[in-house]
Design a protein around this ligand. Structure first.
Ligand code: ADQ
Length: 587
């Protein structure tokens, strides 16, 4: 047995060279250009870009003052990555508005009576309007309908759907609160850009309360389910009607667009679907549905990886007691049942069974950040992952080696970049994932070009990267283990060849590209509306016909098993799925 872990000098050019070679667009200097937005921009998202907290350290040390007298010291968390960090400069440049749930302890102490505050702190250029949600509202709207119904349903885990009484009504109420806030800020030329599945009803509410010429757009960051799964959605009809209040609706990939159109055709009588144009005419308006796969801030990940300090990386290895000499496999995920972590552990176990010579020389580092821990399914999943790690380590571990190093620490961007650059193989094995940013972050940070990406066919990212990654079906434990072996033993030249192509794709479709493409669509739809004088208005009632999934929050049993006919592979993954040959991911 021998690992091909020799580190070759990178044949991949730096990002600037890459762009000069014609693979990228302009340069990183063109970032933050708010001119991409054709009108005043109003962003709506569940998470806010800036959060105010009391400084507990200052309070504990007696130096931070007293909350009751308003003299306490307050800190502000700023966006450090992902969509929020990418959108923030765009909203700044458009001097727009951002509406989000104010979940920081000090949020409303620093905002005005309407929950508004100018941000960024010290350089105020736009208004952040915070929506104050009671504990009950958060429990029902966020931990309830959003994450006990829509999240499992859209990922095909129909058996995990929990339809608790009142959750849908709270979801509606919170959507109304956000829509009301939008209406207060919207003007005739406003662009309203709603993010994600927390707002399935708001677009129609917004549509009915803002001027006709206002453009309403939304990006749905998670998969859209097949009709077979969607039929179990409580309030499914209302969600479709809500989303068709948008002028533009974005998904990551074509498959989700097609499924959305399938669901509209099946469950929304009166809707007129044009498959060629990918439009739906409904309730007096027309919605265009587009696929725009989201990317990562590739230049920043590349730059962070190049700047990695070897001492910092060494101390990270010391912290987790990992031998620097070993071949390193890496997994980076939220601790979520959709991410395929138990399946990954089973494949690693099979790899170790088959290759005794690798014992002591291979270490898999799994970082799993706890998420939505108020929900039982997440607690059970966390317990399963932790117990599987312990069992596998007991089975193969020795006094000075553990095959799996498991941590729930949240890592800094610098630490993550260091690990991405050092890892010999990255394993991204979700059963289903809307896109998956981790796979793209790994590629962007693989500046030496010598790592391998093992990627599930159930991710949206597989459409972009599948041809040059090592594809796996996470439920096929033998096939998965074989791909891990292939990744470890791959010839350096072949690794390099694959990684070069992966990097071109990730840089071509990075976060900046995604935003530009979204705004290109928004501009186009906005221009069409202005030309037509707006084709929908508050007087246009949605079709009142009823059909499957039509009764908001009242008609469907959560937890029924799905009729899987027509489900594609990546969608049919409930914990009762008899097709799988692995333990269910969801306990
Ligand atoms: P997520 O389900 O959260 O996103 P993903 O796209 O992989 O999944 O993004 C996770 C982010 O969290 C990455 O930026 C990653 O670096 C970070 N992260 C994870 N574990 C971490 C750790 N231990 N320490 C530090 N950072 C960590 C949802 C959808 C996806 C879709 C995105 C964007 O589920 O399918 O790609 O939105 O649309």
């Amino acid at each position: 047995m021998r690992f091909t872990d020799a580190r070759l000098p990178s044949t991949h050019p730096s990002n600037r060279q890459l762009r000069a070679d014609g693979y990228g667009r302009s340069t990183a200097d063109s970032r933050s250009d708010g001119s991409v937005c054709p009108g005043s921009l109003i962003v709506v998202s569940n998470r806010q870009p800036y959060r105010h907290e009391y400084d507990s350290e200052a309070e504990d040390s007696g130096g931070g003052g007293d909350r009751s007298t308003g003299t306490s010291s307050i800190t502000v968390d700023e966006p450090t990555g992902g969509l929020t960090a990418g959108l923030d400069p765009v909203v700044q440049a458009s001097e727009g508005t951002w509406i989000a749930w104010g979940d920081g302890e000090a949020d409303f102490d620093v905002a005005d009576d309407d929950g508004c505050i100018g941000v960024p702190p010290g350089d105020e250029s736009y208004t952040l309007q915070r929506i104050d949600l009671s504990e009950e509202a958060v429990d029902s709207y966020y931990y309830g309908f959003s994450n006990r119904v829509l999240w499992p349903l859209c990922h095909g885990f129909v058996d995990l759907v929990e339809n608790r009484s009142n959750d849908f009504e709270w979801y509606r109420t919170v959507n109304e609160r956000f829509a009301d806030a939008v209406a207060e800020h919207a003007e005739a030329d406003s662009i309203i850009w709603v993010q994600d599945y927390h707002f399935g009803l708001a677009p129609r509410m917004i549509r009915e309360s803002v001027p006709r010429s206002t453009t309403v757009a939304q990006f749905w960051h998670i998969p859209w389910p097949t009709p077979a799964s969607f039929q179990h959605c409580p309030g499914g009809r209302a969600i479709l009607q809500g989303l068709l209040g948008n002028d533009l609706l974005g998904f990551h990939i074509d498959r989700y667009v097609e499924r959305f159109l399938d669901c509209v055709e099946r469950y929304l009588p009166g809707a007129d679907v044009d498959r060629t144009q990918r439009t739906v005419a409904y309730g007096g308006g027309t919605t265009r549905i587009v696929a725009t796969p989201m990317g990562v801030d590739a230049p920043t990940h590349d730059g962070n990886a190049r700047a990695v300090d070897s001492d910092q990386l060494s101390s990270l290895f010391d912290r987790y007691d990992i031998s620097r000499e070993n071949v390193i496999g890496l997994g980076v995920d939220r601790l979520d049942y959709s991410k395929g972590i138990p399946e990954r552990l089973a494949a690693i176990e099979r790899l170790l069974e088959r290759n005794p010579g690798w014992h002591g020389e291979f270490t898999f580092l799994q970082t799993a950040t706890p998420s939505r821990t108020d929900i039982d399914a997440y607690q059970r999943h966390g317990d399963l992952v932790r117990s599987e790690v312990m069992r596998i380590n007991r089975r193969f571990g020795t006094d000075d080696w553990e095959p799996i190093v498991y941590t729930e620490d949240y890592l800094s961007n610098e630490e993550l970049s260091g690990l991405y650059r050092r890892a010999d193989l990255m394993v991204v094995s979700p059963l289903v994932d809307g896109m998956n940013l981790v796979a793209q972050e790994y590629v962007a940070a693989s500046v030496d070009g010598d790592g391998s990406l093992v990627l599930s066919e159930g991710t949206g990212a597989h459409e972009r990267l599948g041809s040059h990654a090592l594809t796996i079906d996470p439920t096929d434990v033998d096939g998965f283990a074989s791909q891990l072996e292939a990744a470890v033993t791959m010839a350096p030249r072949e690794r390099q060849r694959r990684m070069n192509t992966l990097r071109n794709r990730v840089f071509d479709g990075d976060l900046e590209w995604w935003m530009e493409t979204q705004f290109d669509w928004i501009r186009r739809v906005h221009a069409d509306k202005r030309r037509d004088g707006g084709d929908r208005g508050s007087d246009s009632d949605p079709d009142p016909d009823r059909g499957p999934g039509s009764d908001a929050g009242s008609d469907t049993d959560a937890g029924r098993s799905t009729d899987r006919a027509g489900d594609s592979r990546s969608e049919s993954r409930s914990s009762s799925d008899g097709d799988t040959n692995e333990p269910p991911s969801t306990v």
